[in-house]
Design a protein around this ligand. Structure first.
Ligand SMILES: C[S@@+](CC[C@H](N)C(=O)[O-])C[C@H]1O[C@@H](n2cnc3c(N)ncnc32)[C@H](O)[C@@H]1O
Length: 279
């Protein structure tokens, strides 16, 4: 028996899904940081976003709402480029991690980032906007109802406003399961994670067809799409030297917006624009 049942309780609670079926990342900040951002796949993701966001968005120093901002990398990226950012995140652990990190980043203009601990579903109350630019990266796949979330994001956007949306690609998850030899799993399409313990397999992976449909339902037009990590996950041998890593990055950049390659990116990155006139 545990000598400290209270900590076990609070830990198992923090790993539970919310009533809405969402997975807040309480208790996961360290693991998420270690297994993603301190690893080559996280480095590649950030390098690709650094390359793609200026290409895919019209950036004019506008205010940014970063939804489910996690450890705060995206908020910092925009703040360093002169945007005022409202970073929102329901997990106190993640938000504190981001705040502490931002405090140490010398290049961040003071006061450029404000923080709000709240889930996406309550943003119409706490940060109604309307916003000229919203980012929501790698969040929808952690929600019980990603379709409703896209509708909520659309409601927060100003007419003509842009949404930078990144989602975990269900089609790529099937492909990578097959490559790893999980053929039964791929065949039966049992791809989603359950959000148990510290597992980082998303509970609601999303397909391009769904984004097309949900976007159209909510007056959002797809302006641009790209695949993030189109090749990296399928390499038989990871790059062994910094030069090989550079070559991989160049390859990813070259094909991330080309059909058919973008379709198998581990993540799909979209720019969606809200129509100027009501539906
Ligand atoms: C995979 S992380 C992505 C973090 C960050 N956007 C990034 O790209 O690194 C998913 C984040 O979504 C947050 N999240 C979960 N449910 C949410 C909700 N209902 N509203 C907003 N964020 C949510 C989690 O707490 C977690 O920080």
């Amino acid at each position: 028996m545990s000598s400290n049942p209270q900590s076990i309780n609070s830990q198992s609670n923090s790993y539970a899904l919310t009533q809405a079926g969402d997975r807040y990342f309480d208790g996961l900040a360290e693991k998420f940081s270690r297994s993603l951002y301190q690893a080559p796949r996280g480095e590649l993701r950030l390098a690709m976003l650094d390359y793609l966001l200026p290409e895919m968005l019209s950036l004019e120093g506008q205010r940014v709402l970063d939804v489910g901002g996690g450890l705060g990398q995206q908020a910092a990226w925009f703040a360093e480029r002169g945007h005022c950012v409202s970073m929102t995140e329901p997990s106190a652990d993640m938000l504190n991690y981001a705040k502490n990190w931002h405090r140490d980043v010398k290049s961040l203009p003071e006061g450029a980032i404000t923080y709000l601990q709240t889930p996406l579903q309550l943003l119409t109350q706490h940060a109604p906007g309307p916003w000229p630019l919203i980012t929501c990266h790698a969040v929808l796949e952690w929600l019980g109802d990603p379709q409703a979330a896209l509708a909520a994001l659309s409601n927060l956007l100003a007419p003509g406003g842009q949404l930078s949306l990144m989602v975990f690609n269900r089609d790529a998850l099937r492909f990578s399961n097959a490559v790893k030899g999980n053929l039964e799993k791929a065949l039966s399409d049992r791809l989603a994670g359950k959000g148990k313990r510290q597992r980082l397999t998303p509970i609601s992976p999303v397909s391009h067809a769904e984004i097309e449909q949900w976007g159209a339902d909510n007056g959002l037009m797809i302006d641009a799409v790209a695949g993030i990590r189109v090749f990296q996950d399928y390499l038989r041998q990871p790059p062994a030297t910094p030069e090989e890593a550079e070559t991989l990055l160049a390859l990813e950049k070259q094909y991330c917006r080309h059909d058919p390659h973008w379709r198998l990116g581990r993540y799909l990155l979209y720019t969606l624009t809200k129509s100027e006139t009501p539906e």
